[in-house]
Design a binder for this molecule. Structure first.
Ligand SMILES: Nc1nc(=O)c2c([nH]1)NC[C@@H]1CN(c3ccc(C(=O)N[C@@H](CCC(=O)O)C(=O)O)cc3)CN21
Ligand SMILES: CC(C)C(=O)C(=O)O
Ligand SMILES: [Mg+2]
Length: 280
């Protein structure tokens, strides 16, 4: 299992950190077997596996349910779990209670929080408690309602400067990693150069310390909208569709199940059952 210290060294050595989302046991196993460095149990699960049209309806219990399955599937991979909408903006006590629950019950190695401002204090508070924290800046999907949709962030010099200072503040507060989502590549590069901790990009170009993608986008699992910044590395959706239409067709036309898919009763049992050797 890699540690936060290993990720710092990877950045120093110029080795990219590969992060991928997973939400269940088999996907976590695939991710671990493929050599992914960090698995993110993203609240994007609300959209790609629960069918909501944003991440806002996702609950602490949802994150725990999926986080536990991922942990069981990837025992040797660093697992980060997203804190869901509204779970870290209330009182200190409630935030700590939710964070401790997610961290203890899932066995995650770190929690991820979207935003800056007040969230910087929360990063410090959780780090002081002993919970490693990944910061998430740029496009904040939990703020889509306020931001007016999923739009590229940090496009003006002023917004870019703000994002750099937010990233520095997150690092000072103790964050072990930063995810920057949907920002111009020139800004992502500047942020990566400004920080000691690894900066993981999504829709942020190639000049970050690592990349993260949503599993269902990477392998085209499902017929959801796939953002422009995604490369489709395989076509699982097509493979699954082809397999299932063949299944339907073969049941309908009687070619499945075949002889090798059935069980047979012995001749003497058939004699007892039917009084003759004919079970057919
Ligand atoms: N399937 C999936 N993939 C993701 O990467 C993802 C989620 N869901 N859900 C949570 C957030 C939301 N994210 C998104 C979703 C859509 C766009 C998108 O459609 N962006 C536009 C560009 C918008 C612009 O030009 O300002 C695009 O065409 O890609 C971006 C990020 C990233 N995360
Ligand atoms: C898009 C990534 C960074 C994320 O937060 C998620 O999958 O929820
Ligand atoms: Mg998320």
């Amino acid at each position: 299992m890699k540690t936060t210290a290993d990720f710092l060294n990877m950045k120093k050595d110029g080795e990219k950190v590969v992060m991928l989302t997973a939400y269940d046991y088999p996907t976590a196993k695939f991710a671990e077997d493929s050599g992914v460095d960090v698995i993110l149990v993203g609240d994007s699960l609300g959209m790609v596996v629960l069918g909501y049209d944003s991440t806002v309806p996702v609950t602490v219990n949802d994150m725990i349910h999926h986080g536990k399955a991922v942990r069981r599937g990837a025992k040797d991979t660093f697992v980060v779990v997203d804190m869901p909408f509204g779970s870290y903006h209330g009182s200190y006590d409630r935030t700590l209670q939710d964070a401790v629950r997610i961290f203890q019950e899932t066995g995650a190695n770190a929690l991820k929080l979207e935003g800056s401002g007040e969230v910087i204090h929360v990063i410090g508070m959780l780090t002081d408690t002993g919970i490693p924290v990944v910061a998430h800046l740029g496009l904040l999907p939990q703020h889509a309602g306020v931001l007016g949709g999923y739009k590229v962030q940090g496009k003006t010099a002023e917004a870019a400067e703000q994002l750099i200072s937010d990233a520095l503040a997150a690092e000072r507060a103790g964050a072990c990693m930063v995810v920057v989502e949907c920002v111009p590549y020139q800004l992502a590069k500047k942020v990566s150069e400004a920080l000691t901790i690894p900066v993981i990009g999504i829709g942020a170009g190639a000049e970050t310390d690592g990349q993260v993608l949503v599993f269902h986008d990477t392998v085209q699992f499902g017929n959801h909208h796939i953002p422009k910044f995604v490369k489709k590395f395989s076509d699982a959706g097509r493979t699954i569709h082809d397999g299932l239409t063949a299944y339907v067709e073969e049941v309908k036309n009687g070619s499945f199940p075949a002889e090798q898919h059935r069980f047979t009763m012995k001749e003497e049992e058939l004699v007892t059952l039917y009084g003759s050797g004919k079970g057919e």
